[in-house]
Ligand binder design. Structure first.
Ligand code: SAM
Ligand code: SF4
Length: 329
């Protein structure tokens, strides 16, 4: 087994890995996928559960402690709880979480809880059924809420709800989300649109909303107080309305970049290591995983660390061609 920490060329330690288990999705969010979907990898090219677990074990031996399972829509991967249980048993993994659009969550909640995953991130961009449908091209808001309620009842805590805020589309809902956190023990996080995949086109259409500016307005209007974030140590800044049960978070990759603190890698469902969201760069460890060659897997992670960009060029007009569903959002 390899040893030595994974440090990138700017001195940032790599501590977290987003693991995509599929590039397929049951929704078609407009900033992520066109209506007809994106080209999909053949199912035979997906890493199997043993392979994913092996890659995670090697990453953990290099200092990665936080694993977030994602996709595409991860709940479309058959027997996902089995994989989560395998990852939860890895001694180096101290934080295991899952990102989902929650449409299929209700039926899987108990198996997920029993698998050992403790934290859930749900992506949900609008409180309004018509807008949810417009955004995702599917009338499934109520399914997502049923999933969130079931997860809360099953003891998932915290549940984070991530909402990409688009100018002129859902940026008038921020106040409602703040109000919702007064009673509900959820963490609502607002995300800036990134020029990734279809998101680049959405930006051209004026969809980008500067959330640093919106945060300042909300702080004044609701007397929001800064608070430490719930576990996970991601790039978000957290706030709370006085006396509220839940929190508000802001993730501002464009208006207030956090690249200097980025300790994240991604692993695609077909075994590509992606060191940075802003780079269309992928180091394949698929063959090494299939061969069970841990040294070659570690070498792949190291190569990616040596190539990780120091920051993004999105504000200067740069775009990432690969969609989030393919690279593992
Ligand atoms: N399907 C799952 C879901 O939606 O939670 C997991 C994968 S999805 C690609 C992960 C996250 O990426 C979602 O929260 C989604 O909103 C976000 N995302 C996708 N494209 C984006 C973009 N261009 N800019 C910002 N966030 C994006
Ligand atoms: Fe699917 Fe998630 Fe992309 Fe929406 S953001 S299309 S739910 S992968």
């Amino acid at each position: 087994m390899a040893d030595g920490r994974l440090i990138d060329r700017c001195g940032r330690p790599i501590r977290s890995l987003r693991v995509s288990v599929t590039d397929r999705c049951n929704l078609r969010c407009r900033y992520c996928m066109p209506a007809e979907g994106v080209p999909l990898a053949p199912k035979s090219s997906l890493l199997d559960f043993e392979g994913i677990t092996r890659a995670v074990r090697v990453a953990a031996s290099l200092g990665v402690t936080r694993i977030r399972v994602t996709g595409g829509e991860p709940l479309l991967r058959r027997d996902l709880p089995e994989l989560l249980a395998m990852l939860a048993r890895e001694p180096g993994v101290t934080d295991l979480s899952l990102t989902t659009n929650a449409v299929l969550l209700e039926r899987h909640v108990e198996a997920l809880r029993d698998s050992g995953v403790r934290r859930l991130n749900v992506s949900l961009d609008s409180l309004r059924p018509d807008r949810f449908e417009q955004m995702t091209r599917m009338a499934a808001l109520e399914d997502a809420w049923r999933g969130i309620r079931a997860a809360s009842a099953a003891g998932f805590d915290p549940i984070k709800i991530n909402s990409v805020v688009l100018a002129g589309f859902n940026d008038d809902e921020l106040d409602e989300w703040v109000e919702l956190t007064r009673e509900a023990n959820v963490v609502v996080r607002f995300l800036e649109l990134m020029p990734i995949g279809e998101g680049a086109e959405a930006r051209r259409l004026g969809g980008y909303c500067d959330l640093t500016q919106r945060r300042e307005e909300l702080v004044k209007r609701f007397a929001l107080e800064a608070v430490p974030g719930p576990g996970g140590n991601g790039p978000a800044v957290y706030l709370r309305a006085p006396g509220a049960a839940g929190l508000i978070g802001f993730i501002t990759p464009l208006s207030n970049p956090y690249c200097d603190r980025c300790t994240r890698f991604r692993l695609t469902s077909t075994g590509g290591v992606r060191p940075c969201l802003a780079q269309d760069l992928e180091i394949s460890i698929a063959d090494a995983v299939r061969a069970g060659d841990d040294a070659a897997i570690a070498a792949g992670f190291r190569e990616a660390a040596a190539l990780k960009a120091d920051g993004h060029a999105w504000r200067a007009g740069g775009v990432t061609e690969t969609s989030m569903s393919t690279l593992g959002g």
